[in-house]
Design a protein around this ligand. Structure first.
Ligand code: PLP
Length: 404
């Protein structure tokens, strides 16, 4: 007998998770996973940050903790600490009580909540995403019912930001459009705007009344310095924008599967905060009802204790530094081999990813011949490179370029 589900269409695969599955099933001893955006040690292993382990041990022994529901908007200590990390504790917006945080399911949950709120309460109809961008931006915005448009970001020939294109597209955006901006370490290109470019973007957005939705998934990963990586966000706040910032703690705390994020809301006046929060709570209540405790408690405990905070900062620096070292090593080896191209872009790019410039055909060679898994747009996760596999990866890139 036929199932009532027989006519359900097969959905498209999610590339990055399909790659990981293929990688896990691959028996080739040389295989390398440069697909997933998760930190790896030089042994190619996931890293539980020692500071996180320490807090988890304390939590296991703490008799005051329980499994009661959290408030719908999340753990208050976590929300406050996350906003302080993003904006700086002496930020006038915080001191004037114009900031609120809502605990969300990772950066993804924050973007979805923000867009749902904007659609329901601000009548937002259009969201702009950079071209290219993290694959989920488009699907989150369109699932929430917004029309998705792109603003130019990357010049594929010159391997740099297409700033003239970006400016032209923002100037043409309709009033009230939601502009999703990568706060730091643009995914997938690894190239951020300079501060003078951010200033120009802020000028246009203020003039055209565009709404900044800042996606901050990599605070600390770009430079190793949490404050430096918050510069663009803090600049927008200083300019007087009302805006939302979607913070993810997946990467900088290594808490990928705890789904911990904060939607940081900045307004012009404190009076509007309770009404925004109440509308956000209604949305949370109908999707996940109450957030989970574990990740929020870890982040809050570390951020609220000066000694733990210093130690964690060092551990973020350790991750950022290893990634930078891999950039240098890969670039110098490609140059030594005289692989066609300058490879400057590998050094100039920041954060977890490199947009290598490899074509889809070259990527196919990397995957099929060398068992090196990477996205078809040429993006690699630098965290997947190690001192042991970098020569193999460089040889494969050289061969893929020579063969095409
Ligand atoms: N935004 C960007 C640009 C990302 O790269 C990612 C994760 O890869 C996210 C958001 C989502 O982060 P999370 O895993 O916390 O949902």
């Amino acid at each position: 007998m036929a199932s009532i589900f027989s006519d359900v269409k097969m959905g498209p695969t999610i590339e990055v998770f399909a790659l990981t599955r293929r990688y896990n099933e691959d028996t080739c001893p040389e295989k390398v996973n440069l697909g997933v955006g998760a930190y790896r040690t030089d042994e190619g292993k996931p890293w539980v940050l020692p500071m996180v382990t320490q807090v988890e041990r304390q939590m296991a022994l703490d008799p005051t903790l329980n499994h009661e529901y959290l408030p719908v908007a999340g753990l208050p200590a976590f929300r406050a600490a996350a906003c302080r990390l993003m904006l700086g504790s002496d930020n006038p917006a915080i001191l004037e009580n114009r900031v609120e945080g809502i605990q969300v399911q990772g950066g993804t949950g924050g973007i979805r909540l923000a867009i749902e709120f904007l659609k329901r309460n601000m009548d937002s109809k259009v969201a702009y995403v950079s071209n290219p961008t993290w694959g989920n931006h488009k699907t989150i915005a369109s699932s929430a019912g917004l029309e998705v448009r792109q603003y130019r970001y990357w010049h594929p020939k010159e391997l740099k930001v297409d700033f003239n294109g970006l400016v032209e597209d923002l100037k043409a955006a309709p009033e009230g459009a939601v502009i999703i901006l990568h706060a730091v370490a643009h995914n997938p290109t690894g190239i951020d705007l300079t501060m003078s470019q951010w200033k120009e973007v802020a000028d246009i957005m203020q003039k055209r009344k565009l709404f900044p939705l800042m996606d901050c998934a990599y605070q600390g990963f770009a430079s190793g310095d949490l404050d430096a990586d918050a510069e663009a966000v803090r600049y927008f706040v200083q300019r007087g924008f009302e805006l939302f910032i979607c913070q993810s703690f997946s990467k900088n705390f290594g808490l990928y599967n705890e789904r911990i994020g904060n939607l940081c809301i900045v307004t012009k006046t404190p009076e509007v905060i309770p009404q925004i929060r109440s509308q956000m709570e209604i949305i949370c209540r109908t999707i996940w009802s109450n957030p989970s405790h574990h990740g929020a408690r870890i982040v809050a405990t570390i951020l609220d204790n000066p000694a733990s905070y210093q130690e964690w900062k060092q551990q973020v620096m350790t991750m950022a530094t290893r990634i930078k070292e891999m950039r240098k090593m890969m670039c110098s080896k490609l140059r030594q081999k005289k692989t066609p191209g300058s490879w400057n872009h590998i050094l100039e790019q920041i954060g977890m990813f490199s947009f290598t410039g490899l074509s889809a055909d070259q990527v196919r060679i990397m995957v099929e011949k060398y068992h090196i898994y990477m996205l078809s747009n040429g993006r690699i996760s630098m965290a997947g490179l190690t001192t042991k596999n970098v020569d193999y990866v460089v040889d494969a890139i050289h061969d893929a370029i020579e063969a095409t």
